[in-house]
Design a protein around this ligand. Sequence first.
Ligand code: 5GP
Ligand code: ZN
Length: 134
Amino acid sequence: MSNCIFCKIIAGEIPSYKVYEDEFVLAFFDINPVNPGHTLVVPKKHFANIEEADEETLCQIVKVLKKVGLSLKKNLGAPGYNVQVNNDPAAGQIVPHLHFHLVPRADGDGLKLWPQKKYLETEAEEVLNKIKIT
Ligand code: 5GP
Ligand code: ZN
């Protein structure tokens, strides 16, 4: 996609700190990291979100998440990492090219994950009936 910033990074038109690259996937540093080593794992083909992407591409991305996650643990000493996709603008997606955030964590880094709630009385069944895949 001609005006997509990540397509430009993939094409080499915009520089990036590349962590890993293969035929299907590029992994590069986020320009504004949550923690140092925060990496974006993206398909080389432009897809807006998870639903648009084909299964093969998604499998290739997960393989790369594992590779980069291992490197963050082994070489950066991260005791763990978060994987996050902001899937669509309603979920906070700003760059409209599918990307997985891989955020290395440090003990006591103070990063708070999202707040959780309780289900109301019959809410779990109602929601399940709507979304259950049979
Ligand atoms: P989103 O909110 O779409 O999930 O996150 C987009 C991410 O892309 C942000 O964390 C932002 O810092 C990163 N980003 C935006 N523009 C650039 C860029 O030109 N280069 C790099 N390396 N990262 C970018
Ligand atoms: Zn793109």
